[in-house]
Design a protein. Structure first.
Lengths: 509, 339
């Protein structure tokens, strides 16, 4: 058995996971219109390669990856492209972004998929390319392009692949359901990914509040007789944060500012592993995902398989939303998710949960009171930060102290705000401060650049002036030398030349 | 349907400042009961008068400052401040001493720095020290414990509050006073010669300290604060007393038990130095904070000129707290080297 390590801090918010009945999975009905944002991942947006009016098939590429850190976008079903324009997307900012609008035709025809069933005989680099072409980005929430993650480079050899089945956010049961319903696919996906990164060990870590998932995955591992360890560990939020998860399973910490590959690890979400399996074995791109629809405002909560691009309103309608006057719809979980500002926005590759709570269930925040420095926040911080100090410095916009107190190591898990007796929205302060720090960093870089340019120009001008001076001196010296050699006085010669010119002018009036 | 837009986290725990303050007030009850039993209703009356003054002052000052006075008063923090101060004041102090002390604590201790959460010093101790320096006579007249004199009734106490000197013989030196004034007697003989010194911390004082220890332990159990500062203070104070005991000569500082269970020791350890606003923030910092307070209490008690040392020790360490914080930042995730 693997030794399980404890992490600093953490909290135990009410889990409320049974509300969405983990383990049961249904298909969400196909909407009339899919909205496919070009950026559903971290990195550069994809580049559109279809035109308005085109008829497309399911699985067809609509937009290509652009640059190294980017993934393509595929059509989840057949239909006609009706527009390519900015639409509201599910993002904390509430801003619009370019989307491809696909009017579905209901026929659900798709292109022919070609898988690589004998993947063990294919070079890992080829498989990584397949995963990239399948448009896979981390499905746990961050949306980092998986192909990039799987290729950390020669200098960072990988010895262990870990699958993060923690799902520590309250309410969400998408990964739980996936591990119960698609355990065999998960195991195969894990084997493929381990082969791709060259990992010798595979560990699937699951919090102990999901006994059915643990049993299901263990059974699948046995029946595949795969060399995979299933590790369970005590439930605590935020054990599923990648860095925290790694410390729980290995006792090691990812260096500040580094990535797991620095200590020989690659960590992926179970959904990502299943998507990778689909991409390799069946050749299917990532066009569907499991979404938890939950909250007491829903009449029919549960886990659904939905087309990526399905409008949020469509899914909530299917789950029988009875909305309150000021309904809060949360994209993600209650600890780290954001409130959706437009229900026409679509779900994306990173949407693991839509939460529609009643006001009684999750009451609106009460007004913040002064910080009494009780220190509960520091006790629960999984990064061992001092949130109360960060709060003061954020308010004071003291960037120097903020970086000294390592604000950038904050993972925004919200544990501090959860325990705060004064109900201070601490995470909001940290987000704002991080943004300001990034801005001033950019500002500084810009001003450094222009200063350097100015200084370079200054030096260049000086050098040119010096060179000119040197040239003149050289010319003068050469002339003097010449005069000495030929015995002609240069001044006398010049006077003679001038007189000669004058007399020439005199002759031609 | 309109959408409610707020940022994460969307769920919050059940913690409330007012609940914390209520717990602290509840935890002082055993101590107050024992104080009242041994020294009469003086402390109780002080506390009630103090709370009234504190609430009025807080309400007025937050109103003047354009804040929400109801919100400020409702978190009970100001009642905690006044109660802690009044527990420390002599039981039969004149009314104006209470009023003045509480107003100083609220205004000079708290609001001049910006109100709740902004005060660098413990407000109750600011009030106490200003009174101690300004009115040493009134501040050093503690009551005689039950068993050595008759304890006044409630009516007598109320009358005394506004018409001083109507109760006879209520004041006496505290055990710590007696120990400091001792010049010629062995510690053992001193204990035998003064009836006030019977028991481990003096008549009544041992029980009072025990009661505050019980209240403090309950707060620890409720996780209102961590064990670091109180334990460090008690350990260092006990250790210093142990070293300074020298077998009990007339120059002796008093036994460890005597120091731990006399004066304001337990009250300070669990109710004064645990004030989060004015103490160090990290657990390591709080260990240092508490330890240095313990050391200072011992030094001031044995070498200094004042009857008890808690207030000065706490204020001096309040000064040092930001400095301690600077050198005791915890190691953040990812900065530790993996083995």
């Amino acid at each position: 058995m693997r030794e399980i390590h404890d992490i600093h801090g953490g909290i135990h918010p009410p889990e409320r996971k049974s509300l969405s009945r983990p383990g049961e999975l249904r298909d969400a009905p196909l909407p009339a219109r899919l909205i496919l944002p070009l950026r559903q991942h971290l990195g550069a947006p994809a580049k559109v390669i279809v035109n308005v009016g085109d008829t497309v098939l399911g699985g067809q590429v609509l937009a290509q990856a652009q640059g190294a850190v980017s993934v393509p976008v595929h059509a989840p079903t057949s239909g006609i492209i009706s527009a390519i324009e900015p639409r509201p997307i599910a993002h904390a900012s509430g801003l619009e972004d370019t989307c491809i609008i696909l009017e579905t035709d209901g026929a659900d025809q798709s292109i022919r998929f070609e898988g690589i069933p004998d993947w063990q005989t294919v070079a890992p680099s080829h498989l990584i390319e397949r995963i990239r072409e399948a448009g896979i980005a981390g499905m746990g929430g961050a949306g980092f392009p998986t192909a990039v993650k799987l290729n950390p480079g020669e200098t960072k050899p990988i010895d262990t692949l870990i699958i993060n089945g923690t799902e520590c956010e309250p309410y969400i049961t998408a990964d739980d359901t996936l591990m119960q319903c698609q355990a065999d696919a998960l195991v195969e996906g894990a084997l493929i990914l381990a082969y791709v990164v060259g990992a010798e060990q595979i560990v699937i870590g699951i919090e102990d509040n999901k006994p059915a998932a643990i049993a299901g995955v263990t059974k699948a591992v046995h029946s595949a007789s795969a060399d995979i360890e299933v590790a369970s560990f005590p439930t605590k939020y935020p054990s599923g944060g990648e860095k925290q998860f790694i410390e729980i399973l290995t006792g090691q910490q990812v260096p500040s500012g580094g990535i797991p590959a620095d200590i020989g690890l690659v960590c992926v979400n179970p959904g990502t592993a299943v998507a990778a399996r689909e991409a390799i074995i069946e050749g299917k791109p990532l066009t569907h995902r499991i979404v938890t629809l939950t909250g007491e405002a829903l009449g029919k909560p549960g886990n659904v398989v939905a087309c990526i691009g399905t409008p949020i309103s469509h899914l909530l309608g299917d789950a029988a939303l009875s909305a309150e006057a000021r309904q809060r719809i949360i994209h993600g979980g209650p600890m780290m998710g954001f409130a959706v500002s437009d229900l026409d926005a679509p779900i994306t590759k990173i949407t693991n949960c839509l939460l529609a709570p009643t006001a009684r269930e999750l009451p609106p925040p009460s007004p913040a009171k002064p910080c009494i420095r009780c220190g509960h926040c520091a006790e629960v911080c999984p990064a061992s930060l001092l949130p109360q100090q960060l709060y003061w410095y954020s308010r004071a916009k003291d960037h120097e102290q903020l970086s000294e107190h390592r604000l950038l190591d904050c993972i925004e898990c919200g544990a501090c705000a959860y325990v705060c007796p004064s109900q201070i929205p601490l995470v909001q302060y940290y987000r704002a401060a991080k943004g300001q720090m990034r801005d001033s960093e950019q500002e500084k870089r810009r001003s450094d650049n222009s200063r350097e340019r100015f200084e370079a120009r200054q030096t260049r001008l000086e050098e040119e002036a010096l060179a000119k001076e040197a040239k003149r001196a050289a010319r003068k010296a050469a002339a003097q030398e010449k005069a000495l050699l030929e015995g002609v006085d240069p001044i006398q010669a010049a006077i003679e030349r001038a007189q000669a010119r004058k007399s020439e002018q005199g002759e031609t009036p | 349907m309109s959408l409610l837009r707020v940022t994460s986290p969307h769920v919050s725990g059940q913690h409330q400042v007012s609940a914390v303050m209520r717990d602290v007030l509840l935890a002082t009850l055993p101590g107050i009961v024992i104080l009242t039993w041994f020294f009469g209703p003086g402390t109780l009356v002080n506390i009630l008068l103090g709370a009234l003054v504190a609430l009025i002052t807080e309400y007025a000052v937050t109103r003047l400052r354009g804040q929400n006075p109801r919100l400020a008063v409702s978190d009970l923090s100001i009642v905690v401040t006044s109660t802690l101060l009044c527990i420390a004041l002599p039981p039969y102090a004149p009314w104006w001493l209470i009023v003045l002390g509480v107003m100083i604590a609220v205004l000079l201790g708290k609001h001049v720095f910006g109100g709740l959460g902004y005060n660098p010093f413990n407000p109750a101790m600011v009030g106490y020290v200003v009174l101690l320096i300004s009115f040493p006579v009134q501040m050093s007249s503690w009551a005689t414990p039950r068993g050595l004199a008759e304890v006044p009734g409630l009516l007598d106490t109320l009358r005394h509050l506004f018409l001083p000197d109507t109760i006879d013989g209520v004041t006496a030196a505290t055990p710590l006073d007696l120990l400091r004034q001792n010049t010629g007697l062995l510690f053992k003989d001193l204990l035998a010669s003064r009836p006030e010194l019977t028991g481990w911390g003096g008549v009544g004082w041992f029980e009072v300290n025990l009661a505050f220890l019980v209240g403090g332990a309950w707060l620890l159990y409720r996780r209102i604060f961590t064990w670091h500062a109180p334990l460090a203070m008690l350990a260092v104070l006990g250790l210093c007393a142990l070293i300074g005991y020298d077998g009990g000569s007339s120059e002796s500082g008093g036994s460890a038990l005597f120091h731990l269970f006399s004066g304001a020791t337990m009250f300070a350890a669990f109710f004064i130095i645990t004030d989060p606003v004015s103490s160090a923030v990290s657990n390591k910092g709080r260990l240092i904070f508490g330890a240095l307070i313990g050391l200072l209490i011992y030094l001031i008690r044995t070498l200094g000129n004042y009857p008890d040392a808690v207030a000065f020790a706490v204020l001096i360490l309040n000064f040092c707290a930001p400095f301690i914080d600077h050198y005791t930042q915890p190691a953040v995730y990812g900065t530790r080297s993996n083995d």
